[in-house]
Ligand binder design. Structure first.
Ligand SMILES: *Cc1c(COP(=O)(O)O)cnc(C)c1O
Length: 397
């Protein structure tokens, strides 16, 4: 039972959220997070994971994880800077840097932690950060933590970015100015305009920071959005996660040697939180090796994304303007969106509704994340269910 003060804070807010249909109910899955999942005994086609390449339950990764666990143990035993750095962590960072075509890389326990550590290691209250308005929550929190002035940029509006960059760098108010954005925006699936960003950043002397959590393993043959545009040496910070396409857990920053040297002494989650487990590190290395040696895995992901998008569009759904396999199906009203998702679930399709505050009010959507391990039969079944539910709820005619 909460204390009286806590109860009086929590109770009315929880009630309000539930009344507005904004309270997110969490379902636990029984077994691995694959193309099909089991919830409450019901088998469902899963379109809600970030397990883009199917790696989270891949036999090759599991074998490496078990092997490293046997060799090093289940835990690293300390933070990286005391004696929690094992050979397997060094190897992972070396492999990430090679794969990303950067001088060096540093691994963190999560992508979220990267943003907590990396931004505030460089930016201070004397600086400004221009931040795309649709940036991920961890970017927003990382920016806040740094104490820098946060300047909100209209989503993917390069004229606005240029204006803000000019203003911030000529005002004399700030020592440094950073531009920060997602590489792939996870709610809409659109891709950051890296070539224009580089051009503007170089013109005005901005530090650049691209969080490619949804681009790693997906764009640029797996190496990410920046590599996709061939601009690996012109973006200062390339953040990636090891928790999405890589299928395990963790995050990293790839960049110049001096940046990584600095983060190793200043990024607080690296200094004060225990390192990745050896099993996770080993599985991540294997994931990178598999991406390298089996490019068809990534091709399959894109093929499935294209197939699902075309099918939903043909049925008359609004799928927005995604440029990646992420396929939003925009319903609008929050309650209708949640009802839609619930009906999909009853019909055997697990596709989560995403509503305010994750996305703006009135743009509720069911977000579909096809992966490389979905079969065409599964996607056809998904389309059949979408057609049925869409007509039933008058979302399509
Ligand atoms: C998912 C995500 C993160 C968090 O990554 P985790 O490894 O799950 O902590 C960070 N940034 C962006 C842009 C993301 O989409």
């Amino acid at each position: 039972m909460s204390s009286k003060v806590l109860h009086e804070f929590l109770q009315p807010q929880l009630e309000a959220l539930r009344e507005q249909g904004l309270y997110n109910v969490i379902d636990s899955i029984e077994g691995p997070n694959g193309p099909k999942i089991k919830i409450n005994g019901q088998t469902l086609i899963n379109l809600s994971s970030n397990n883009y390449l199917g790696f989270s339950n891949d036999a090759r990764l599991k074998a490496k994880s078990i092997q490293a666990t046997e060799e090093y143990g289940v835990g690293a035993g300390a933070v990286r800077t005391i004696n929690g750095t094992m050979k397997i962590h060094d190897e992972l960072e070396k492999r990430i840097a090679e794969f990303k075509h950067t001088e060096a890389a540093i691994a963190f326990q999560s992508g979220f932690n990267c943003n907590m550590g990396a931004i505030s290691a460089v930016m201070t209250k004397k600086d400004a950060i221009i931040s795309d308005e649709l940036n991920h929550a961890s970017i927003i929190d990382g920016c806040r933590l740094s104490g820098a002035k946060i300047i909100r940029a209209r989503h993917q509006d390069m004229d606005h970015l240029r204006e803000l960059a000019k203003e911030a760098t000529t005002s004399g108010e700030y020592e440094k100015v950073m531009y920060i954005c997602d590489g792939v925006f996870s709610m809409d699936g659109d891709v950051a305009k890296i070539p224009e960003i580089v051009e503007i950043a170089e013109e005005f002397g901005l530090i650049t920071y691209v969080d490619d959590a949804h681009g790693s393993g997906v764009m640029g043959k797996g190496a990410g959005t920046v590599k996709h545009f061939g601009l690996s040496d012109r973006i200062d910070f390339q953040i990636g996660t090891l928790s999405k396409a890589i299928g395990v857990v963790g995050g990293y920053v790839a960049g110049s040697q001096e940046l990584i040297d600095w983060l190793k002494v200043r990024a607080r989650p690296f200094l004060f939180s225990t390192s990745l487990t050896p099993g996770a590190a080993a599985a991540c290395i294997e994931a990178i090796d598999v991406m390298d040696s089996h490019p068809e895995t990534i091709e399959k992901l894109w093929e499935n994304g294209t197939y699902l998008k075309a099918g939903l569009k043909d049925l008359g759904f609004d799928i927005g303007h995604s440029e990646t396999p992420i396929t939003p199906c925009i319903i609008g009203d929050e309650n209708l969106t949640q009802k839609f998702s619930r009906r999909l679930l009853e019909e055997g399709v697990y596709a989560k509704s995403i509503v305010f505050p994750t996305v703006p009010k009135g743009t509720g959507r069911v977000r579909n994340m096809p992966t490389a391990v979905h079969t065409k039969e599964m996607l056809d079944e998904v389309l059949k269910v979408y057609e049925k539910v869409g007509k039933e709820l008058n979302v399509i005619s």
